[in-house]
Design a protein around this ligand. Structure first.
Ligand SMILES: [Zn+2]
Length: 192
């Protein structure tokens, strides 16, 4: 059921791109809604409607002239940005997007890959520099796509690799960060 929904989304995105938006990037995902994962307690969950969809969700953000996907993977939100209550109660500097099994991770926007590295905590991680002092980070990956290395130029929607649980992760998900002038922001609310 979920898989079928995914293909329907891809199909409708493809049709929309041909019919009305010739400037759309090839292959760029166009996930028009995003929901909280079911069956988990999310202490820092963003606001949602009655069916667990993120309230007033806009799939794309415009930040200092740079356009980014707020969630560059087909997934549900398993942790929001901000302080987590209970347990360690640490501040979460990204958005966790649970995919259940290793799934394609897309470049959030046009840019240049500046780092491909295995980092403590983050596991296999990619960093992309966009325009306007904006960067995006993709952590806990299981694998990198061919050609993904520092210096590679990417377009929004290019496949970077697949989600995983490398580093400090207990489930297969993407930890996604949006960094502006060196500071990490909430991918769901930054920009306009
Ligand atoms: Zn995270």
């Amino acid at each position: 059921m979920f898989l079928r929904l995914f293909f329907m989304l891809v199909l409708s995105a493809g049709i929309a791109a041909c019919a009305s938006t010739p400037s759309s990037r090839r292959g760029a995902p166009d996930f028009s809604s995003l929901s909280l994962c079911r069956g988990v307690v999310i202490s820092n969950a963003p606001a949602t409607d009655h069916s667990r969809r993120i309230a007033n969700y806009d799939p794309q953000a415009s930040i200092q002239g740079t356009v980014l996907l707020r969630a560059p993977v087909n997934a549900c939100v398993s942790s929001g940005f901000g302080p987590r209550r209970g347990g360690a109660g640490s501040f979460h500097h990204g958005l966790d997007l649970y995919t259940g099994r290793p799934s394609a991770v897309y470049a959030g926007g046009d840019g240049v890959i500046t780092s491909v590295d295995r980092l403590r905590g983050y596991g296999k991680t990619i960093l992309i520099r966009h325009g306007g002092g904006v960067e995006t980070r993709y952590a806990h990956l299981s694998s990198y796509a061919p050609g993904v290395r520092p210096g590679t130029r990417v377009r929004m929607g290019d496949v970077l690799g697949r989600t995983g649980d490398t580093g400090n992760a207990t489930a297969v998900h993407l930890h996604y960060e949006v960094i502006v002038d060196g500071k990490r922001h909430n991918p769901l609310t930054i920009g306009h």
